[in-house]
Design a binder for this molecule. Sequence first.
Ligand code: PLP
Length: 414
Amino acid sequence: MKVKPMGPIPPGFEAENAMLLIGGRGVAALADEAGETPFFAYDGAMIRRRIAALRAAMPDAIGIHYAMKANPFPPLLALMRGLVDGFDIASSGELAAVLAAGMAPQEISFAGPGKTGRELEAALRAGVTINLESEGEAGRALAIADRIGVRPRLAVRGNPDFGLEGSGMRMGGGAKPFGIDAERAGALARQVIAAGADWRGWHIFAGSQALDAQAIIAAQAQTVALAARLSDEVGEVPPLVNLGGGFGVPYFAGDVPLDIAAIGAALGETLAARPDSMAGSAFALELGRYLVAEAGVYLTRVVDVKLSQGERFAVVDGGLHHQLAASGNFGTVVRRNYPLALANRFGEAAAEQPVTVVGCLCTPLDRLGDAVALPDIAPGDLVAIFMAGAYGASASPAAFLGHVPAPEMLIDEA
Ligand SMILES: *Cc1c(COP(=O)(O)O)cnc(C)c1O
């Protein structure tokens, strides 16, 4: 059995007496505090540092928005409220959560196809910006606004005529269910402005999970050019141009962190050269995983270690019902290993024989680490699965097989 590589453990994690620390606390103590394993732990200081570094790299004029579908844990939203300039939401459930976290409605925008009448009404009553995804949705939003007597805050989401190259999930460049094709976006904007809407500007999102700075730089330049073209067509300065995001994080062996300094420098030049039609506009990036993925760890305890035909399996009390992405069943074509470690023997040398870490679900899909190099593993050990701060708890089928959900905790001493 050959060892298969794992993704890189995110920088910034340390141990004390071989016990992994999260937010300065040993994970065994955190497990006691959680009262059970498995659980998710998020390091607030790491998120603060992440956003500070991002702000330092980006031009001053760029706002940072948090796409909260990456991690909607309420204490984390409350932390984010003080760190970002806006929230991007995609359902009325997220709307309720972000309002409960205390974000001002003017700093919230609502994207996503298939907004129901009830969701549009909730958003209009709350006074958040709706990023219109189609002509049909525009008609529904205007009619509801008329009926309830509010002036709707509307932006148009353009489906760009280009994609973000090398991104894990392309969301532009071709036929897409998101946004409205670039060649019809200007006409729709004119229509909603003529109907008396409070015009908020453009939302252009070209893709996700890109690690290639040059690809992001190219997409951002195209995004600014498209927004300029549309703004000229409409003849109104867009108050906000949401440039999308797409900043990726390293999950797998060989992935390298994104060069944000290069992106920030290029974006500064692009914005400095923008046409007069957007001279007075604000600009924002909307990021999910880039802000939070590395700050989260999923911790699960080894229940059993067994041999099958010479292969070693460690069975843990967690699984894909909590952390689907680590099993390779969330948006990846080929299963590869997330970074894993033995949290209570952090930094110890690996055993000679690799071990396959499987979850407790009765399905072969529940594989959390395939033939990974870990120290000699035993029941009771704590396995840390990194990169669990985004698309973890909320993006996993928690009800599958009837186990209880994993508790989440934010460790934030600040
Ligand atoms: C999902 C989504 C995001 C966040 O994507 P990340 O890859 O987590 O940064 C941002 N904007 C829109 C429109 C999205 O759908």
